[in-house]
Design a protein around this ligand. Structure first.
Ligand code: HEM
Length: 187
């Protein structure tokens, strides 16, 4: 048997954990954006949970990529896990995972620099986070060994349906009174 089988298993497990955590972070964010959390204390708790799931996802993604380095079958090397299209194994689907990893690091950690970025610009940037989840799904469906299994497909389908429902709810939310866009020159 090729060496590094255990590390391949570690990488696969960490990949699934990463996907679950990214899904949880995105769903919690969309729940907040859809205005489903009413009381200030619950909102505070959900925001904290949202922050922790996003940070835990970064750790799981790092473990997922790093453990692959020991996989004696794929032998990706540092280039293979860091540069999109540098690996021979399903290059486009693996690239989707690598790009998702970079976006997760960039958009997730930008939270701690939001004062420097500016609250308004940061919020705009933060709206792109569902892209990480979509790229994670594409990556899993195209590169994952377990993507054909019922349990992983059920997880992907149910989280995707919940995300779509929350986005619809968010889009239907009436604008805040102060945010009604009127052209002041025409009043
Ligand atoms: C550093 C960036 C990444 C690299 C190099 C990478 C690479 C890979 C590779 C080569 C596989 C196929 C392994 C196999 O089943 O034989 C895989 C599977 C997988 N990856 Fe990634 N990935 C990255 C980022 C991500 C991210 C950001 C997520 C989650 C959002 C993720 C979730 C998964 C999942 C769930 C699987 C399927 C595991 C399985 O089928 O058992 N990956 N990844």
């Amino acid at each position: 048997m090729t060496g590094g089988h255990e590390l391949w298993l570690v990488s696969r497990a960490a990949g699934v954990v990463a996907l679950l955590l990214v899904a949880a972070a995105v769903l919690l964010g969309l729940t907040l954006a859809a205005g489903l959390v009413k009381t200030p204390q619950t909102r505070k708790n959900v925001i904290t949970f949202h922050e922790h799931t996003a940070n835990a996802a970064l750790v799981a993604i790092a473990l997922h990529g790093a453990a692959l380095l020991g996989d004696g079958f794929l032998r990706p090397g540092l280039k293979g896990i860091l540069l999109p299209f540098a690996i021979d194994y399903r290059p486009a689907y693996t690239a989707a995972g690598i790009v998702a990893g970079y976006l997760a690091a960039l958009l997730g950690l930008s939270f701690y620099a939001r004062k420097r970025i500016g609250a308004k610009r940061w919020r705009k940037l933060h709206r792109a986070t569902p892209v990480i989840y979509v790229l994670g799904l594409v990556h899993t469906l195209g590169a994952g060994t377990d993507q054909g299994s019922t349990w992983l497909r059920s997880v992907m389908l149910s989280s995707a349906l919940a995300a779509v429902a929350l986005i619809v709810k968010r889009l239907m939310r009436p604008p805040k009174p102060g945010k009604i866009s009127v052209n002041p020159t025409k009043i």
